[in-house]
Write a protein that binds this ligand. Structure first.
Ligand SMILES: [Zn+2]
Length: 475
């Protein structure tokens, strides 16, 4: 955004703008710099051909509303343009990847709110202090409001809204107003990835604390957020995990095997999260035809393989028994804070259910490999089980510890295996702690996140941004 400001408001060329940023050391990681340069060129060299307004606008468009207890302000983050004479405004929302060929995946409430602030927002500079309100000028009459989305990967553009102020008002009334009212009303904390940046986290009771969770002492360094997946990526390549953390676009990420796994997981989540969570033969997809689960489409030979895995799940479905299960949570986002490591750990169990007063944390894996004998090294192979075991042993989810357990369900086309782990078993928990420590210690102490070139670079989804693989760069 700083570089685009220089280009649009300072009459600076692209190369000079990038050079200026480099001097200011705004971006530290080489991959981030590489992506930023690509994104800036994509944006400036691919102007939307159908764009109407021509003048970039530095001021924000803000809708303010005063209430007895607070001043509410609503604005949208993006680039702003206008045609003063004709009363046309255009807001361009930026997306790190591509918007080419995307279907209507966007939240209608977000589009409605963006359209509303374009149509009715007054212009004002960003306040000097975060706590200050915007100082706004008079509201202008806007004849036409446009909201575009621009993909920074390729400069692709799609129009999210293009209409009159009255149409923007109707869209907001229909899709945005209730969402805004709900946001303004709710004050219950919802722990998640944002906790890592939260300035009042230290006095928040909603974030569960597990001192020593990662077995690393790093009290004097800035707080970080991670997950078991992040740490596994880090173990493969620190630069790759850093780029994932920045949400840089990934290219050719999913092979067929990964799509099949996602499809099976989604199918289970949909059933287990429904009012009738028991999986039954009648509910299975047909192995003869392609089947879908949410956005995952399973076709060809995978349709039958996936159906076979789901069929085997029937033998180990926790909701097809008479067990006293009182609560079910599918794919919940959990966050734990380890004050010793100054780290927020995010976890997303495949399934949590409360049985006999204790929480059961189940992870499900799909595989077509020949299954070998398994034992204690499950914790090494699947470190999320180690996290689950330590979290349950610390009573992080509440409930009874003596009836809590960790489950690993391995779905194979020929069988389903269920492995149970006891969080009151001291040896198992010690092993789990060792797994977490070995995974987290190098990450917690790393400041550079340098690439670790290897054969796997050939199929790394973010190699396009990686400075260590120039031979992989596209033309
Ligand atoms: Zn089931």
């Amino acid at each position: 955004m700083d570089a685009l400001d220089l280009i649009e408001f300072g009459n600076v060329g692209i190369d000079d703008a990038l050079g200026s940023l480099a001097k200011r050391r705004t971006l530290l990681h080489p991959a981030a710099e590489r992506y930023a340069e690509h994104a800036i060129r994509s944006y400036t060299e691919n102007r939307p051909s159908e764009s109407v307004p021509t003048r970039p606008v530095r001021e924000w468009w803000v809708a303010q509303r005063d209430s007895p207890n607070a001043l509410w302000e609503m604005w949208a983050w993006g680039r702003r343009y206008e045609s003063v004479d004709t009363g046309v405004r255009e807001l361009r929302l930026l997306r790190t990847g591509s918007v080419a060929g995307l279907e209507d995946d966007r939240d209608l409430a977000a589009t409605a709110i963006a359209a509303y602030v374009v149509a009715f927002g007054a212009a004002g500079r960003w306040p000097r202090r975060w706590s200050d309100p915007f100082e706004l000028g008079d509201r202008e009459d806007i004849r036409r409001a446009r909201v575009l989305e621009v993909g920074l990967l390729d400069g692709s553009v799609r129009v999210l809204f293009d209409g009159t102020s009255q149409q923007a008002q109707r869209l907001y009334t229909r899709y945005g107003r209730d969402v805004v009212a709900e946001l303004a009303r709710r004050d219950d904390p919802r722990p998640g990835r944002a906790c890592g940046e939260c300035k009042v986290m230290h006095r928040c009771d909603a974030l569960v604390r597990i001192p020593g969770l990662l077995g690393v002492d790093a009290r004097s360094v800035p707080r970080r957020t991670t997950s078991i997946s992040d740490l596994r990526y880090y173990r493969t390549c620190p630069a790759q995990s850093y780029m994932y953390g920045l949400r840089l676009p990934r290219i050719s990420e999913y092979g067929n095997r990964a799509v099949l796994g996602h499809g099976v997981h989604q199918w289970l989540e949909d059933i287990h999260g429904s009012d009738d969570p028991a999986c039954t033969p009648e509910r299975l997809p047909s192995g003869q035809d392609p089947w879908t689960a949410s956005k995952w489409e399973i076709t060809g030979a995978d349709a039958a393989i996936g159906e076979a895995m789901l069929s085997n799940h029937l033998d180990v479905c926790p909701f097809s028994t008479d067990a006293p299960i009182t609560e079910i949570r599918t794919e919940p986002t959990l966050s734990f804070f380890d004050p010793a490591a100054q780290a927020v750990m995010i976890a997303k169990p495949d399934l949590l259910y409360c049985e006999n007063g204790g929480w059961v944390w189940r992870e499900t894996k799909t595989t077509q490999r020949t299954l070998r004998g398994v034992g204690d090294d499950l914790l090494d192979e699947y470190p999320q089980l180690a996290l689950a075991l330590v979290a349950l042993s610390a009573g992080a989810l509440g409930g009874r510890c003596d009836t809590a357990r960790v489950e690993l369900e391995i779905l194979h086309p020929d069988s389903a295996d269920l492995h149970l782990m006891d969080p009151t078993d001291p040896a198992r928990v010690a092993h789990a702690r060792r797994v977490l420590r070995e995974l987290a210690a190098p990450w917690r102490l790393d400041e550079a996140f340098e690439p670790r070139p290897a054969e796997s670079c050939r199929w790394c989804p973010v190699s396009k941004w990686c400075p260590s693989s120039p031979d992989l760069q596209p033309e």
